[in-house]
Write a protein of this length. Structure first.
Length: 280
């Protein structure tokens, strides 16, 4: 067992904590962890991350279900559409060059991080709607599944706002239900990748076991950790890792230019946010 794999196993706890606490974010960490720390090729890292996140999310769903937070009907409808998109995304992603996948993944990391740092508020209705907007839920699920299936991201931070806005779910219910959806489409995306990618299962299963432990801890801690502070801290971590992906995958000049542009964009958004807070 090499040092990179041992370090990846230690850091895998953070992947589980993210899923247990926030209902997403695990794969945002899993792919770079498997690629740059454990030394997996990009396609294998994406496929392996889908298995790890799928299993971990499924276990976390059971913990949330005991509290009655999972909205099964909404989750299965959204998840079914996402599974179709994820399988197609997995097929497409397995055929794309590694650098294209990793740069696309880095872009998703930056977008996710900025949304978390800015802490965009989602208006809650408080109760699940009796009549679900099936067309919108199916369309959203298909798009989220396609994008996340291609780049290997679970898409929890895309799913949770959609569940709140379209399904009328409260935040605890949206977090719990997103885990059900992530599990469904992760396994389907994995199936798409396995048509042309093979996985070294021994280290993947070891990392999965550790991630599950982290998720169970995160589920318990979720009652005590301030959500806003956690989101911002995690957002900055994801942003840094997104910049690292660009620096690793692009020629140095382009990587540095991308990093400078990201920092400038963050500064502009924070400045505008501060102005909005001062005038409100």
């Amino acid at each position: 067992m090499n040092g990179g794999l041992i370090l990846a196993m230690v850091l895998a706890v953070g992947i589980g904590l993210s899923l247990g606490l926030l209902g997403g974010g695990g794969t945002i960490l899993a792919v770079p962890l498997l690629t740059y720390v454990a030394g997996f090729p990009a396609h294998e890292a994406i496929a392996a991350s889908m298995f790890i996140i799928g299993v971990t999310s499924a276990v976390s769903v059971l913990a949330h279900a005991r509290r009655g937070n999972v909205q099964w009907r909404t989750g299965f409808i959204f998840g079914a559409a996402a599974m179709v998109g994820a399988f197609g995304g997995g097929l497409l992603g397995s055929q794309l060059p590694s650098v294209v996948l990793m740069v696309a993944f880095g872009a998703m990391m930056v977008a996710t991080a900025l949304a978390m740092i800015m802490d965009r508020k989602v208006t809650q209705t408080g109760e699940e709607r009796k009549k679900l907007p099936l067309g919108k839920i199916l369309a959203e699920g298909l798009v989220v599944g396609l994008v996340t299936g291609m780049v290997g991201a679970g898409g929890g931070f895309l799913v949770v706002p959609a569940l709140v806005l379209l399904g009328g779910l409260s935040m605890p219910a949206a977090v719990a239900t997103s885990l059900l959806i992530i599990s469904m489409k992760s396994f389907t995306g994995l199936a798409g990748y396995l048509t042309s990618v093979s996985i070294d299962w021994v280290p993947v299963l070891m990392i999965t076991a550790i991630t599950v432990i982290g998720a169970l801890i995160g589920t318990v801690l979720g009652k005590h950790v301030p959500d806003k502070a956690l989101k911002k801290t995690f957002g900055y971590l994801v942003l840094v890792m997104g910049v690292v992906v660009f620096l690793q995958e692009l020629p140095l000049a382009y990587g540095v230019a991308a990093a400078v542009a990201i920092v400038a964009l963050l500064g502009i958004l924070l400045y505008r946010r501060r102005g909005q807070l001062l005038t409100s």
